[in-house]
Design a protein around this ligand. Structure first.
Ligand SMILES: Cc1cc2nc3c(=O)[nH]c(=O)nc-3n(C[C@H](O)[C@H](O)[C@H](O)COP(=O)(O)OP(=O)(O)OC[C@H]3O[C@@H](n4cnc5c(N)ncnc54)[C@H](O)[C@@H]3O)c2cc1C
Length: 375
């Protein structure tokens, strides 16, 4: 690939939801943007995410606030066209293992205490609230969160990229492992594997689980806690599921085309890292997850895995997001987050504000990268 060198306001590195969202928000404000990514768009976690839009359970107040604002942005997008098959708000349902009803009760109490819509329901109360669930699978009690939703991130990326191109953004795919270039202690561009250099006033590193490694060569330490994970997409399944299910042995949500998206954490140790750095998962584990998910659904339909993808789920070492300009490398911003689906739109909006205005957004203050080097 040969590309001319170009000068832009911002070079965004990483074609996942955080990079794409930031690029589009910058373009909306009139900036010139080049978006550079290793292979194709959504080739990382964004292409294999459960993408449950939520702020369920317990976390810091600041992260809760950011996530609820994140959900708000999705609601605005949803309201513009509720018929989109890839973004829906039909609630979420959680339950704990049998005999651990107190876990669900504590979660509900906590959620209610800070105003997060949360209902504690018995199995027989579920079907009037949300369809398609086998209530005999529900242990003791469940928590229904009616304000939650889900998005298919590859569809969202495609949608945002239409705007990206309409606003004149430049996209470079298949760039290989690219680097942030710095001179005199300031970022000035991105170098890609074929030797091309893209100069820019600011650089955004939104490389998912690879973000800490990309900034490490500039002496910046960001703790990385990204585990391996797998997402399975089923063949079209004749079922009425609307809510996102989070249960002891399977998480499941509807997906475009009448398919389902499934994941969980119990098989993490069975994922194998290959010599070339890629990951694989045994087919019997995939089948077992499909069977676990079938038990959750009304009529227990047979579920067949159509495809699955395996890789790292980006999670900073302390579980909280990392956003903002690096003190050690002015002109270089990072975006690295767990729950990057939920915060994908809002993070792009706030980072764009910080890059173009030079001001700090108060809601990003608790999430600065320097907390790792200072701790
Ligand atoms: C199984 C699973 C379930 C999830 N469930 C949820 C959920 O329910 N709710 C929620 O909110 N979030 C969820 N997430 C998290 C969410 O999907 C991610 O946080 C989000 O997709 C991360 O987007 P990103 O843009 O930061 O990273 P990615 O999507 O990983 O994109 C980073 C991109 O950068 C590229 N790249 C990396 N290094 C370089 C380099 N040196 N040069 C050039 N390009 C590079 C990669 O190829 C990749 O395309 C889940 C994730 C997974 C994997």
């Amino acid at each position: 690939m040969t590309s001319p060198n170009i000068d832009t306001d911002v070079a965004v590195l990483g074609g996942g939801i955080l990079g794409v969202s930031t690029a589009v928000h910058l373009l909306r404000e009139g900036a010139s943007v080049v978006l550079i990514t290793e292979s194709t768009l959504a080739s990382g976690a964004t292409g294999r995410s459960l993408s449950w839009l939520n702020s369920a359970g317990k976390r810091s107040d600041a992260y809760h606030l950011l996530r609820t604002a994140g959900i708000d942005r999705y609601r605005t997008l949803y309201a513009a066209d509720p018929s989109r098959e890839w973004l829906q708000f039909d609630g979420g349902l959680y339950w704990a293992p049998a005999g651990e009803a107190s876990k669900a009760e504590a979660r509900h109490q906590y959620e209610r205490s800070h105003g997060y819509a949360s209902m504690l329901v018995k199995p027989e109360q579920i079907s009037p609230l949300t369809p398609g669930i086998d209530e005999t699978a529900v242990a003791d009690v469940a928590v229904f969160n009616p304000g939650e939703g889900w998005v298919s991130l590859p569809h969202l990326v495609e949608y945002l990229m239409e705007e990206f191109h309409a606003l004149g953004g430049t996209l470079i795919t298949d760039a290989g492992k690219s680097r942030v270039l710095a001179r005199d202690g300031k970022a000035w561009g991105v170098g890609i594997q074929d030797g091309s250099v893209y100069t820019a006033n600011n650089v955004v590193v939104a490389c998912g689980a690879a973000t800490p490694a990309v900034v490490e060569e500039h002496g910046v330490y960001i703790a990385n806690g990204s585990p391996v994970s797998a997402l399975i997409i089923t063949e079209p399944a004749n079922n009425k599921l609307k809510a996102v299910l989070n249960t002891p042995r399977a998480a499941a949500r509807p997906n475009p085309g009448g398919t389902l998206a499934l994941d969980h954490g119990w098989y993490e140790e069975q994922i194998v890292e290959e010599a070339d750095g890629s990951f694989s998962i045994p087919e019997d584990v995939v089948q077992e997850l499909a069977e676990e998910a079938s038990r959750l659904l009304e009529g227990n339909p047979q579920l067949t895995a159509a495809s699955w993808k395996v890789g790292r789920k980006p999670i900073p070492g302390d579980g909280e997001p990392v956003f903002g300009e690096l003190e050690k490398l002015p002109g270089c911003f990072v975006a690295f987050s767990h729950s990057g689906a939920t915060v994908g739109l809002i993070a792009g909006e706030f980072l764009s504000f910080e890059i173009l205005s030079g001001q700090k957004h108060p809601m990003l203050e608790p999430f600065r990268p320097e907390r790792f080097s200072r701790s």
